[in-house]
Design a protein around this ligand. Structure first.
Ligand SMILES: NC(=O)c1ccc[n+]([C@@H]2O[C@H](COP(=O)([O-])OP(=O)(O)OC[C@H]3O[C@@H](n4cnc5c(N)ncnc54)[C@H](OP(=O)(O)O)[C@@H]3O)[C@@H](O)[C@H]2O)c1
Length: 329
């Protein structure tokens, strides 16, 4: 299962489907084939591993996620394993998908021995973002901002480019490229005219481009840079955050990276829709009232939103603090 998990990590983070790995073992426990999922529309891990063998009869398939039981862009993995004559299937985590679940039951019905729950905690931690998104029917939301040490996101005149240095900005591009969509408020589009593309060191476009989503009732100007985004543009024309996230879920968007501004970030936090924070802190002071986060509707310290810091990275002169809400806080 650990080898299957290593293989799973080779698949893409983005896209509607999870990262899944599979190894096929012979009766002596030796690995005879390996496979992993390379993204929506391509073979699932089990089918990828099976495709490397002429004869898989009597083998054991070890797979990180319960084999799916539905026909999407590819056929059900349960049927592929049965047709190949696999004798035993060992998996870690049950499939939470409402359409795709039921693979284990289907395999048992066909006489295949099935063992679930192997290394389940490890695999669940690895798939945490995807599992959470699928279970809630809304994407995982990372709220990012760059602020001064005194918590300001812009100067008095509204300028905020660039609070942080190049290493921090490069990390932002990596985080964009690891997301399915970038959410931004119309205020930021009007103030900064950001391109919202994921770019490398030399300014070149990275292979994966998340789709920009502009939140707010006002329209995006015809001349806005984001209109030239290679992944297209979603203009919501609305402030209804829950409805927007449901709509993104329906498009197979699992990871959303929120790039502000303060009004949109605060609204998401106040609504309990922020799953993770990526806070870039620069050793700069601006003072004034342009705070990174506005009113969250918290009247007293006892009601403060408590977070757990999951990592701290130094990027040039800046810090990236990553944190998640403490459940129930
Ligand atoms: N330091 C950073 O990390 C960072 C990042 C981004 C922006 N900024 C700075 O932030 C400033 C812009 O801030 P901002 O707060 O005006 O921008 P914003 O959050 O991007 O946009 C605010 C607008 O979004 C709409 N909106 C979307 N969801 C909403 C909701 N749930 N509730 C209310 N309104 C909602 C409203 O427009 P409608 O009336 O059209 O609905 C609102 O006026 C600029 O100075 C920019 O440079 C800094």
């Amino acid at each position: 299962m650990r080898r299957a998990l290593e293989l799973a990590a080779r698949g893409p983070l983005t896209g509607g489907n999870p990262q899944v790995g599979c190894v096929l073992l012979d009766a002596g426990g030796a690995v005879v084939a390996e496979g992993w999922h390379r993204g929506a529309g391509t073979a699932h891990a089990e089918v990828d591993a099976l495709s490397r063998l002429e004869d898989a009869r009597g083998l054991t398939a070890v797979v990180t996620l319960e084999p799916c039981n539905h026909t999407g862009r590819t056929g059900p993995c349960s049927e592929a394993l049965i047709a190949a004559g696999v004798a035993r299937v060992v998996y870690a985590v049950s499939d939470p998908g409402h359409e795709s679940a039921g693979g284990a039951a289907r395999l048992r019905e066909a006489g295949v021995e099935v063992i679930g729950g192997v290394l389940a905690d490890e695999v669940r931690a690895f798939l945490h973002v995807w599992l959470t998104a699928v279970a809630r029917h809304r994407p995982w939301v990372t709220v990012k901002w760059a602020s001064t040490l005194d918590g300001r996101a812009a100067a008095a005149d509204g300028t905020s480019q660039w609070i942080t240095g190049t290493a921090a900005r490069q990390r932002v591009h990596e985080q964009r490229a690891a997301s399915d969509a970038i959410l931004v408020g119309i205020g930021t589009v009007l103030a900064d005219d950001p391109a919202l593309t994921a770019r490398g060191d030399g300014g070149e476009l990275l292979a994966h481009q998340p789709i920009p989503v502009v939140v707010g009732e006002r329209g995006v100007p015809a001349t806005a840079a984001v209109r030239a985004h290679p992944a297209g543009l979603i203009e919501t024309g609305s402030r209804d955050l829950e409805a927007i996230l449901r709509e993104l879920d329906a498009r197979g968007i699992r990871r959303v990276y929120v790039e502000g501004g303060p009004t949109l970030a605060s609204a998401l936090i106040a609504a309990g829709l922020a799953d993770e924070y990526a806070v870039y802190l620069a050793p700069v002071l601006l003072g004034g009232d342009r705070l990174a986060v506005g009113d969250l509707g918290i009247p007293t310290i006892a009601d403060a939103r408590r977070l757990r810091i999951t990592s701290i990275e130094q990027l040039g002169d800046d810090l990236l603090v990553t944190a998640r809400p403490i459940q129930g806080s």
